[in-house]
Each structure stands twice: as structure tokens, then as C-alpha cells.
Design a protein around this ligand. Structure first.
Ligand SMILES: [Zn+2]
Ligand SMILES: [Zn+2]
Length: 359
């Protein structure tokens, strides 16, 4: 007989789960595996609410496995380590992001690009090596293979957990596509969880940052609050015309359908448009502006474990901290509704450590 989530492992655990495509979360008792020799067990302190949690909770990508305990921006404090674990010890702060497993043998894995491993294992709603389903950080504790655990820098607050998805998702493409050089002109499309981190990292790299948005309301916050250098209203043909061929690169964080022709037109020749949002429908790719300026359209997702650690250390050194609204665990359904309406600046962080109670 198949074991239940509550009895399949020896360590009692609890969190909040969705049971169906309504996506509504409620308290859930389950279990975690015993700490293996390569595992780190930790008590969850904070967990960010990522936009992809919304998609997964409602099975909008078609691969959700219920019940779902979401959460892949997780910071905690180590409570137990396996005998082979040297990188952290009991009492250390650690982070876990989007990945908890990969083959560690393929070309991607051996090049520290675990995120592109064809058999990577996601932090929640995915089948783990032992056949059980992974459960994420909306829960009291985690047990994770040390390879997928990062050291949390001393001077980063634990509620900066969104660095582990929103942060690395924007840091990695800026680095990989060479958009991290002082003086470059970088555009950031969309000013949500991902976009606000892209602005912060690009500024820290010494770039000049233009926030591109459909909403004129974002102008003040882009410039005053986040320190962007300029603002471009993407619905205004005159502003677009004036900005033609001015940007070296664009990080496009928008996850709704939108035209990319205006973005290609404001890139310089050899400019790069990097897509990190995930619109449900295919984007239309106009070829003329690409071939006429040898421009590149690329994509990127999170980062490998080595780069995630590098990003955290960089964020700690340059004091790059996500803007979070800290909320209690029992506020999670309201937070998800507000996130759907983009009613948050710019990320919710669940105070799991202080507010998650056993059912
Ligand atoms: Zn995420
Ligand atoms: Zn691999």
C-alpha cells in the first residue's frame, strides 16, 4: 500500500498546501526524510512568494502534483547535518532556491549549470529520487542535499530570501550576456519581483538603467525608490522613437503577452534582449530589426549553485536587498490574491519561523 505524505518519511513536518487547482492553501501535515549523510536539515525562517508559485498552485503549466507545498526562496537555520557535510554546521543560516537535485554528471552539471540539467529536480511538486514528492518552503523544516544548499552571508537579513529566485534569475543573465559592465545602458521591462532586482543588480554593476513599463505610475518609484536613471513609457510612440538604438541590453521580466518589436527597436546594433518572464503564449519575433542590427534575443532561468552563491556574496557586499513585505503564514492566501494583481512592492516574504504553527 502506498504510504501517505504523513507517514512516508520518519520526520514529522507541517506546512500549508493546496489540494487542487483552486490553489487555496490550508494547513497540511506531512513528513521529511531522515537527514542522510549528504543532507542538511534546517528550520525555515522566511520563504518568498514567487510568481511561479501562483502558476504551480493552479496547475497553469500542467505539471503540478497535488498536494502542493510551494516555496522556493527559502532561508533557514541549520538544525542537523549528515556525516559528509562540511560546508555548513548546526546554527548556520542557509538558503535553498528552485533546485534540490540534478544528475551531477551531465555536461550542464559538470559546468555548474545545474539549472539546465535535463533531469534537475525542483524544490516542490516534483518526484525526488526516492519516489516521493518534493515539498517546498511554506513549511517548518527542509531536508536538502548539501549541493543544493547555499551559505547565507552573515550581513544579509533572512527575509532577503527572494534573492534565491528573483535575484539569481536577473543576476545570471546580466553576467552571462555581458550586460554587467560599467557605463552600459540597460533596460529593464516590468517592475515586479524580478524587475526590481534587475534594476538593483544593474545599478550595482555600474550600468545606466532605464525602466520600461506600460504604467506611467511606475515612473516615480523606478527613479526615486529604486534609483533607476530614466523611465520609458512603452505605450508612448514618441518616447520609443526618441530612445531608438540607445540600449546595450534589455532584461524583459514580463510574464504577460506583450510585443517585443518596440524593445528590439530601442536596442543598439549588437544589443541583446534577454527574456526571463514566461508569458503563456509564444512571443512574436520580428526578424528585420534583428538582422539589420545583428541583435540577439535570448533567454535565461535562475542560475547554477556556484553562481547562486556568488550572487549572494555579491548582494551581501553591495547591500542589495529585495524590497519585501513580510507577512504571516495565515495571510498567504490573501498575499497570493494580491500578487495576482501586482499589489506588492515587490515581493512577499512569509515569516515562516515566527508564524507557522502546527495544526
Ligand atoms: Zn521563483
Ligand atoms: Zn545533469
Amino acid at each position: 500500500m502506498a504510504k501517505s505524505p504523513e507517514t512516508e518519511h520518519p520526520i514529522k513536518s507541517f506546512g500549508w498546501a493546496a489540494y487542487d487547482t483552486s490553489g487555496v492553501l490550508s494547513p497540511f501535515n506531512f513528513s521529511r526524510r531522515a537527514t542522510g549523510e549528504n543532507d542538511v536539515q534546517f528550520k525555515v525562517l522566511y520563504c518568498g512568494i514567487c510568481h511561479s508559485d501562483l502558476h504551480m498552485l493552479k496547475n497553469e503549466w500542467g505539471n503540478s502534483k497535488y498536494p502542493i507545498v510551494p516555496g522556493h526562496e527559502i532561508v533557514g537555520v541549520v538544525t542537523e547535518v549528515g556525516s559528509n557535510v562540511e560546508k555548513v554546521k548546526i546554527g548556520d543560516k542557509v538558503g535553498v532556491g528552485v533546485l534540490v537535485g540534478s544528475c551531477q554528471k551531465c555536461e550542464n552539471c559538470t559546468n555548474d549549470l545545474e539549472q539546465y540539467c535535463p533531469s534537475h529536480i525542483a524544490t516542490y511538486s516534483t518526484t525526488y529520487y526516492d519516489g516521493t514528492t518534493t515539498y517546498g518552503g511554506y513549511s517548518n523544516l527542509m531536508v536538502t542535499d548539501q549541493h543544493f544548499v547555499v551559505r547565507w552571508p552573515e550581513n544579509l537579513p533572512a527575509e532577503a530570501a527572494p534573492l534565491l529566485c528573483a535575484g539569481i534569475t536577473t543576476y545570471s543573465p546580466l553576467k552571462y550576456f555581458g550586460l554587467d559592465k560599467p557605463g552600459l545602458n540597460i533596460g529593464v521591462v516590468g517592475l515586479g519581483g524580478l524587475g526590481h532586482m534587475a534594476v538593483k543588480f544593474a545599478k550595482a554593476f555600474g550600468c545606466k538603467v532605464t525602466v520600461i513599463s506600460t504604467s506611467v505610475n511606475k515612473k516615480d518609484e523606478a527613479i526615486e525608490r529604486l534609483g533607476a536613471d530614466s523611465f520609458l513609457l512603452s505605450r508612448d510612440p514618441e518616447q520609443l522613437q526618441a530612445a531608438a538604438s540607445t540600449l546595450d541590453g534589455i532584461i524583459d521580466t514580463v510574464s504577460a503577452d506583450h510585443p517585443i518589436l518596440p524593445l528590439l527597436n530601442i536596442l543598439k546594433p549588437h544589443g541583446k534582449l534577454v527574456v526571463v518572464g514566461a508569458p503563456p503564449k509564444p512571443l512574436e519575433l520580428p526578424v528585420f530589426p534583428i538582422i539589420m542590427g545583428r541583435k540577439i534575443v535570448g533567454g535565461s532561468i535562475i542560475g547554477g549553485m556556484k553562481e547562486t552563491q556568488e550572487m549572494l556574496d555579491f548582494a551581501a557586499k553591495h547591500n542589495i536587498i529585495p524590497d519585501v513585505e513580510i507577512v504571516a503564514m495565515d495571510y498567504v492566501n490573501t498575499a497570493l490574491e494580491r500578487l495576482l494583481k501586482s499589489d506588492v512592492k515587490y515581493r512577499f516574504a512569509l515569516d515562516v519561523g515566527e508564524t507557522l504553527k502546527a495544526d
